[in-house]
Design a protein around this ligand. Sequence first.
Ligand SMILES: Nc1ncnc2c1ncn2[C@@H]1O[C@H](COP(=O)(O)OP(=O)(O)OP(=O)(O)O)[C@@H](O)[C@H]1O
Length: 252
Amino acid sequence: MSASPVETKKPAKITVKGLRKSFGTNEVLKGIDVEISEGEVVCVIGPSGSGKSTLLRCLNKLEEISAGHVVVDGFDVTDPKVDINEVRRHVGMVFQHFNLFPHMSVAENIMLAPVELKKATKAEAREQALTLLERVGLKEKADARPASLSGGQKQRVAIARALAMNPGIMLFDEATSALDPEMVGEVLQVIRDLAASGMTMVLVTHEMGFAKEIGDRVIFMDGGVVCESGPPAELFGNPQQERTQEFLSKVL
Ligand SMILES: Nc1ncnc2c1ncn2[C@@H]1O[C@H](COP(=O)(O)OP(=O)(O)OP(=O)(O)O)[C@@H](O)[C@H]1O
């Protein structure tokens, strides 16, 4: 009798079930089901207003969920007893507009969360900030103010800051959309390196070429639902849904 192959599916790092989110009477997410495995890189694409950012923000409790369940890195973020700071320790997020504190140095921006949440002493946090800055190629900017940096450098600092709590998951909300075209490449390279390190990542992006290159899976959202999801070669090469075909014909 021949041995049957053993399934080695990685554990789910993010589980979203029946997620609904409304702002007043406007239902923006209409029942989302997604499961993301450890080390998986998932890109979320879709037209403006389709609910991509809202989905991302529901994953780390930046938005209150109207219905459904979201479990990230073992934490049920829909459970009111779960501490938001604990969720953010597990889920790093990078925004379009960097959100750095202008009155603090680059290193102080990165040290802030570990020191405030008492995960490190100031000296330990500075040491870790320098290591992270080295990782994103900006160690020499440790004592500079954010205002003296280019957009690409600011975003690399924002990525280092999101990594400071040693998260198991990283979320990117259009991390390159506010950058001048010549700055995009340096930020994408840092994201590429993170993906290669095995980080579980969800990226909302308008960069179709990048989604194609980096995504293990691409999710196409429209009107608050997931219309189609699959490996980039399939989703971009042979989209099954009419709405996906229409969207891709416009943006590609
Ligand atoms: N805080 C809020 N209050 C009220 N409505 C909101 C809020 N945040 C988002 N919305 C609405 O939810 C809908 C989805 O927004 P969302 O930002 O998730 O879309 P998106 O797909 O990320 O769009 P884009 O690609 O333009 O960023 C939009 O109609 C938006 O106006």
